[in-house]
Design a protein around this ligand. Sequence first.
Ligand code: BGC
Length: 741
Amino acid sequence: MEERKLRELLNSLNLDEKIGQLIQLSGEFFSAKDVSLGPQKKLGITKEMVDLCGSVMNVVGAKETHRIQDANLKNKKHPIPLIFMSDIIYGLKTVYPIPLGLGATWDPDLIQKAYRNTAEEAYASGNQVTFAPMIDLARDARWGRVLESTGEDPYLNSRFAESMVKGFQEDLPKYGIASCIKHFAAYGAVESGREYNATDMSENRLRQYYLPSYKAAVDAGAKMVMSSFNTLNGVPVTGNKWILKDILRKEWNFDGIIISDYAAISELVAHGFAQNNKQASKLAMDATVDIDMKSPCYANELKPLVTEGELDEKKIDDAVWRVLKLKNELGLFEDPYRGSSEELEKKSVLTPEKRQLARKVSTEAMVLLKNKNNILPLNPKDDKEIALIGPYENEHELLGLWAVHGDRKETVTIKDGFKTYLSSDKLLTAKGTDILRDKSMLKGIGLSEEQIEKIVSSDSVEKENNNKALEIAKKADIIVFAGGEHTIESGEAGSRGNLTLPDNQLQLLNKLFELNKPIILVNISGRPMILTDIEPKLTAIIQAWFPGTEGGNAISDIIFGKANPSGRLSMSFPYAVGQLPVYYSQFSTGRSVKTSTHSSRFMSKYLDIPNDPLYSFGYGLSYSKVSYDNLRLSSKEMNGESDKIVATIDLQNKSNVDTTETIQLYLQDKFASIVQPVKELKGFKRVNLKANEQKNVSFDITSDMLKFYGPDNKLTIEPGEFNVFVGPNSDTDQYDSFELK
Ligand code: BGC
């Protein structure tokens, strides 16, 4: 539709019709049955407002979206198409590993392709917007939503933010889906890692570390932004004019839609920031929140606010304009179904090509954390019996909590994968134990007795499971233990204070350790877990995350050496919960354990645990051995902002196995008017190295990489000395220095 016509449409709408465009409701409001006594009554809004609603959340599938759209368009004075938005976070039907695993690929280009495929599935299924990517910087593994993030580093997160947005929106406006980035802002820094909690931080820290990934996504063209649940320095984001209006809209020129998180406008009252829903609506409007997701606020309060003169209708017009513009840009006025159909859906979802890509992504996401005596890869031709034990042995739930639309039946289990490599006489399998047996925790999550019974077996069945596992373990030469967290223990509202494997799994593992056989742990989890106590007794550890639809194949490809592991952690694995938040790019303290001359007690450290995590950011092994030598800089001086320095390092694959190595560049600004981290990632390259191949790899260091937010919170650059580190992970200590003149 021409812009002029769209304006005419806006001008022809009455106040109720306009407000309707700013309301988002969930699928149950559009059920074929009468909804007046159910969801409508519960939310407390009128039937008229339901009928005028402008967007629908979390309805997926061409059939259902068509039905709802048809009903919406019927008998309306202004038949404005609905827009369908969903949480399509890391795959719709073809599910990839959780984003923390995607971060571990260090391969944004590959993830762009994966998200392009997801957009295709979503498009065919009648969705036009995804509430993704979630790009919150995440440094506290207690927070269950680290699952949704690509990790602890602003630079790495920014590269993924761009690639994910581009993947979703690649073929907009014709195909593809619009991306709604979230949770803006600094939701990843909620205090104590507790869900829905408060964030408090200096503006300097916010700008330097927490905002860059959102900015990168906005610059990549994201069409929407979701405001986060948290308070930011005391002001809930959903009513926070400073972060939403001054920074997002004015400084960053974002003119797309801002949507609240689920019921977050009404939660301004619960926060103690607004007296009632009316004031909450006014505050959200003043902060330019355009769409109210699933709260009664806008539906009930905007009209009285306008008629009583408390809210300028122009603000409503601006918000409606942004909504109509997106609908128009997506071509919904020309085709309200946007080409979706059941037929197209069948052709698009879970195709062999899409599964193949998912298998590759999943394989690249696996991180090999330990491989004593090079026990891995296993050779399926060896005359050895392998016992596959553990609750994830034949488990279809490998998708993780946020794959809400994924079909568990389509998942390749680890056992399925193993069977493609091993003949039945060499493969022994047993579940051994449940994933989780903590009934009080499950009750706390709100599960019914019936649901709990499905998760927790009776004591006698548990005993039988244990015995069977021990029996096969005794026969086998090598044990693969597939364990980890339960899906419901991570993701939204999945904060935890203990990050070890569940007790029942540890008990079984301890019995297995007594057999003195090599044990390989395949750890399935939505977060970095604490593996400190069991690590010394394990021969190998593969961090597999929730690996997605092709998870079982990918795990088997790694274990049996079809693929050489190339994943690198995008978030540190803590040594103990007491370290959290733990991340590599800490500030130098006045009393660093590494450099201070104070006596050992009076240093910045814990008395009972080390400062360093068990496995640091960037860490991961492969089946090859690569050496890094002879780091050199093209010059020891950078003369002004237009100059650049080239850092080069020699690599050699000192093994007979081809590999892909992720070379990481870190910088340290040694003295600055705001203290800078001991090391910061500024670049990385994935490089293929054939067996025994030598290569050198170079990075350009430009003045942009040396900028930081100064004492006045403006980007600045200061002359002085910089250290340049190049290596395989953030622990690297190979460095050289230069001076910026
Ligand atoms: C979550 C968002 C999600 C929304 C809609 C909220 O509870 O915080 O991430 O997009 O629900 O499902």
